[in-house]
Design a binder for this molecule. Structure first.
Ligand code: 5GW
Ligand code: MN
Length: 298
C-alpha cells in the first residue's frame, strides 16, 4: 500500500476518514474539480454533478469548473452553500484527440489566472463518469495520480506508454512505475500548474515534429509522473470501468465510467452521431494490442 518512494496507495480500509476530515476541516480546504464537456459530452454533466453532490467531498467547499463550448446546454443546479458551479466557455477543437489533449493547456491557463485565488486543491477528471461511493479528502496530496483500471495488475513491459523514441512522451521498456489513467489526477493548484504546463509543452514539441503520443494526454501524464513522482496514488476504486468486470478485491467503486453508447443505443441516428462511438471502437485496442492500433495509423 505504499510505493518505493513512500507515497500511499489509497485503497478502501487504508485510512481513517474521521481523522483525515478533522485535519482537512481544520485547514478549511477548498477544492476545485475540473471537468470538460465539449460538443456532445454536455450530456454527461447532469449525472456527473448530481452524483458528485452525493459523494464528492461532502461537507467541503467545492467549485465545479465546467469547461464547455456549449454554455446553454449546461442546466442550472441548486447547490448548497459553499459549493458552486463555474462555467468556463472555451473553444472547440475539430479532432477528438485535440479535444482531450487541450485540456492540459486550458487547466494550466485557468490555474494561473484564477484557480489559485479560489481553491487549494484541484481534481481533474473525465466527465463521462458517475460517482457511486464516497470520494473525500483521502485523495488530496501535493500531486496525485490514479492507477488505470486496465493496468493495475500488468507488468511494466505491457504498459501502453509511448514507445517511439522521437516522442517527448517516450518511456523505455525498462522504466516506469505504474500506468496512470488520464481521467483522474490532481494536487495543489501549483503542482497541477506544473504538471499541465509540462504536458502541454511536451505535446506542442511533438506537434511541431508531426507527432502525437499514442494515448494522447495520458501518455504525457505518464511521462511526467515517471520523473515527478506522485505523492499519493489512487487505487482503481477511484476510476473504474465496469467493462473490466467487478473483481472481488475491489471493495468499492467510487467513480465509474458511464457507458458511452448508452444514449446512442436508443436510436440509430444517435449512434452515428455519438462522438464517442469511433473512439470506443479504438478502446478495444487499448485493452488488447496498442500496436495493432498503431499499425492502422490511427
Ligand atoms: C469525443 C470523441 C472521442 C473522444 C473524446 C471526445 C470528447 C471528449 C468530446 O467530444 N468532448 C469532450 O468533452 N471530451 C472530454 O475529454 C470529456 O471530458 C471526456 O471525458 C474526456 C476524455 O475523453 P473520453 O472520456 O471519450 O476518453 P476515454 O479514454 O475515457 O474513452
Ligand atoms: Mn472517459
Amino acid at each position: 500500500m505504499t510505493t518505493p518512494w513512500f507515497a500511499p496507495i489509497i485503497w478502501n480500509g487504508s485510512y481513517n476518514i474521521d481523522i483525515l476530515n478533522a485535519q482537512f476541516h481544520q485547514r478549511n480546504v477548498r477544492i476545485g474539480i475540473t471537468v470538460f464537456a465539449i460538443k456532445k459530452y454536455t450530456v454527461f454533466i447532469k449525472t456527473f454533478i448530481e452524483t458528485a453532490e452525493q459523494f464528492f467531498m461532502v461537507g467541503y467547499k467545492v467549485n465545479y469548473y465546467v469547461f464547455t463550448d456549449r454554455v446553454n446546454d449546461i442546466s442550472n443546479f441548486t447547490l448548497p452553500e459553499g459549493r458552486q458551479l463555474v462555467i468556463l466557455e472555451v473553444p472547440t477543437y475539430k479532432r477528438w484527440q485535440e479535444v482531450t489533449m487541450r485540456r492540459m493547456e486550458m487547466i494550466r491557463d485557468h490555474a494561473y489566472q484564477r484557480f489559485y485565488k479560489e481553491v487549494d486543491y484541484l481534481v481533474c477528471v473525465d466527465v463521462d463518469m458517475r460517482f457511486s461511493d464516497s470520494v473525500g479528502v483521502e485523495i488530496l496530496s501535493d500531486v496525485f495520480g490514479t492507477l488505470h483500471p486496465g493496468f493495475y495488475n500488468a507488468q511494466r513491459g505491457h504498459f501502453t506508454y509511448e514507445r517511439r523514441q522521437q516522442s517527448t512522451a517516450y518511456i523505455p521498456t525498462d522504466e516506469g512505475d505504474f500506468y496512470y489513467a488520464g481521467g483522474n489526477f490532481g494536487g495543489t493548484v501549483e503542482e497541477v500548474y506544473k504538471l499541465t504546463n509540462f504536458c502541454h509543452n511536451a505535446m506542442m514539441t511533438d506537434k511541431n515534429n508531426s507527432l502525437e503520443a499514442i494515448w494522447h494526454d495520458e501518455s504525457y501524464l505518464n511521462k511526467y509522473f515517471l520523473y515527478h513522482k506522485p505523492t499519493k496514488i489512487l487505487s482503481p476504486e477511484y476510476l473504474w470501468d465496469n467493462g473490466f468486470g467487478v473483481p472481488q478485491f475491489l471493495q468499492r467503486r467510487r467513480f465509474v465510467a458511464v457507458p458511452k453508447n448508452s444514449n446512442a443505443i436508443r436510436n440509430k441516428r444517435a449512434l452515428q452521431e455519438n462522438p464517442g462511438y469511433q473512439k470506443e471502437k479504438n478502446l478495444k485496442f487499448h485493452l488488447g494490442s496498442p500496436y495493432i492500433f498503431q499499425q492502422l495509423g490511427l
